[in-house]
Design a protein around this ligand. Structure first.
Ligand code: ZN
Ligand code: ZN
Length: 78
């Protein structure tokens, strides 16, 4: 266990909402893991969306799979 291996419908998550839409602030997550991130859906400042270019770079960097390694994530229960 330890990491999610989903490769479908990947989304690019802002690791830190206040740090903008840069590649270093991008984390590739599947929808399940994305929903499980703490900031998801909570009120607060909406970070700028990632550009297509940054998304593509992030996906390539992640090898087109979910980068989540959170211990508390639902992927670990499946
Ligand atoms: Zn995942
Ligand atoms: Zn996860």
């Amino acid at each position: 266990m330890g990491r999610c291996k989903r490769t479908r419908n990947l989304e690019v998550h802002h690791k830190d909402r206040s740090k903008g839409a840069t590649l270093s602030n991008a984390e590739v997550l599947c929808p399940l893991c994305h929903e499980a991130t703490r900031s998801y859906g909570k009120p607060g400042p909406t970070p700028p969306p990632f550009s297509k270019e940054v998304k593509e770079k992030a996906l390539r960097r992640a090898g087109h799979r979910c980068e989540c390694t959170r211990k508390s994530c639902p992927h670990n229960a499946l």
